[in-house]
Design a protein around this ligand. Sequence first.
Ligand code: MOS
Length: 753
Amino acid sequence: MSGRIGQSPVRVDGRAKVTGAAHYASDMAVPNPAWAWLVTSAIARGRIAAIDEAAARAVPGVLDILTHRSMRGEVGDAGFFAGGGYAGSTIRPLQDDRVRHDGEIVAIVLAEGLEQAREAAYRLRIDYAEETPAAGFGSEGAELVSAREASGGSFEDPGVGDADAAFAGAAIRVAADYATPTQHHNPIELFTTTAQWEDGRLTVFEGSQYVHGLKNGLAAQLGLDPAMVRVESPYIGGAFGSRGSLTQRTALIAVAARRLNRPVKLVATRDQGFTIASYRAETRQHVKLGADTDGRLVALVHEGTEVTSRPDPYKVAGTQTTSRIYACPNIRTRVSLLHADRNTPGFMRSPPELPYMFALESAMDELAHAAGLDPIELRRRNDTMREPIKGLPWTSRSLMPCFDRGAAAFGWAERNPAPRSMREGDWLVGWGCATTIYPTHLGAATARVTLTPDGRARVQTAAHEIGTGTYTVVAQAAAEGLGLPLGKVLVEMGDSDLPPAPVSGGSNVTASVCTVVMQACEQIRARLAAAATEGPLQGRDPATLRLLDGALRAPDGAAEPLAAAMARAANGAIEVYAENIPEGLPPDSLKKLYQGKQALGGGLEGKQHVMAAFGAEFVEVRVHSRTAELRVPRILGAFAAGRIVNPRTARSQLMGGLIWGIGSALHEATEIDRRTARYVNDNIAEYLIPVNADVPQVEVLFVEEEERTANPLGIKGLGELGNVGTNAAIANAVFHATGKRVRELPIRIESVL
Ligand code: MOS
């Protein structure tokens, strides 16, 4: 199987996954486990007034019931991840009698068997002293603060010029309000934790996008030396950000295992997953665009408010992106947070870009309509090779090539621009498009690569397989670097005992980890080349020798088989460890990596340049003229993301993003009862997602792009690129079909009636 960088080998772990040989965290066998069942709060705000454990303890097999009465003081504060700590939420259950959101963990039942734990949990009686909660927007008692204030001044709203004055004087103006709902990741794999203590050493098996973060955060919470904690997460059944930061359940299960002196397994239910982990925050946004008569932007205002929990200032602040994407001399942005009685939101695929680009790209479509311009032409007129806030250049930017390529493939030239002008029988047909963008993030990374004389390599790095194909692309990097077939490379990841790699978030891993693996391979090549002073390569410049097809080779064709070259250089295997801090990241990045602190750089935060992957998304919608039934018969994206390491897995990521985009635009919303601040559709029967019948045709095109600056391999990362533009592309197509502008997601029948 050919498997060099740029080729499309099938997933190296595909067979293990489809045969069940791939072990996910909760598949890990531990001896004689006890089972944990969570009891979560039935109110969103108040106090636990009384707990009656008698009926629960009478269930056969019950081992213990943990509540705040027995657990107070057991779990320390690991700090909020965005403030230099570890936790995705600083709300620590079972540490006092307060209830701070719907579904907060209020008790854990431990039993010999899962069914016994569940039965006892149902019999546990908890009485609450309820207080009126604030659910979010429009709720009395919710507290609005600016993101700047909430960050202690470290966050600055990007802006330039005088946007309000420029808007007032603009020839063409649009101003509108947009709203995006609460959404939950709902990964197929439930939130599970298995904890096991051996000789004072804690091992946790848990699906995690950041095993080093979880390890260090747990150590901080439990007062342990991090060396005494190991986290294993070899495969993950979906994450999308929900497993990126430490959640509070893990330390509780670890304490339970220590108390029982036996391993404890937890599998939280689907509905508990809505409140014990994170989610995408609900937003309200206001956008004003002013343009001259040619459609050139003269003013851009973007204000957003995001719901968060009472204690944690979680924000996505997508204005960092929307203020930089188009040329515009006058920009004002402002992000605010609304603290309510909710669990803390967090990363969810393309966290900042998805909600904020929905608003901006909808507004751009409104502007195109107001200016009488084709929406692609409007974007062309505002295209720029420098971002407008600081005037920094994009390292590469292929937005318009993506629009051109996508438009040609979609047949955009056939579009009649007038709304309600295209029809097929009873169906109104609409074509819409939107820009997609995802910043190129990079992180410090380390890896160990071992080459043995039989021509096999082992790569060890604590990156994670979140379903994206990381085992495969990392193996491709080593196969390329060492000149080996893909099948001769073994990759080990997802274990905090391995050399640390960054959080599997922000679409940084392929770039960050392949870069450091290639550096390790280069060290091996250099060592072999330096030793080739005799034999067939005698006299060749070591710098020119390459590892290719199982041999060390000179440009003139002279070659020495790998085993022979290795025998000259070493007595047995060659093992190297490499570490890399990408250019532009602070020098303490490696230290932070070892401490498990999330520290990505690059993207739009650079001092010399900014970098991002771009794309153009095209959608056809059909809206039934009498029933308003909405369909998306086809969707197409053209993307440019630098070097594509594996077009097969990259295409899968982008397809998944487009499909998720359809779900986000038309289906997904977590409904909350505004009076009780409780989720009402916390299951995947009522939390709607698209099925195959909702997604007839998805097409992904790659636009070739050479990226020279981001990293030596020219990789931009694209996992989160696909779903960013889809919401707006669909809303814009709905406007084209019906003449009705829908500014609130999801777009449902009642939105267009
Ligand atoms: Mo992604 S939301 O950065 O896991």
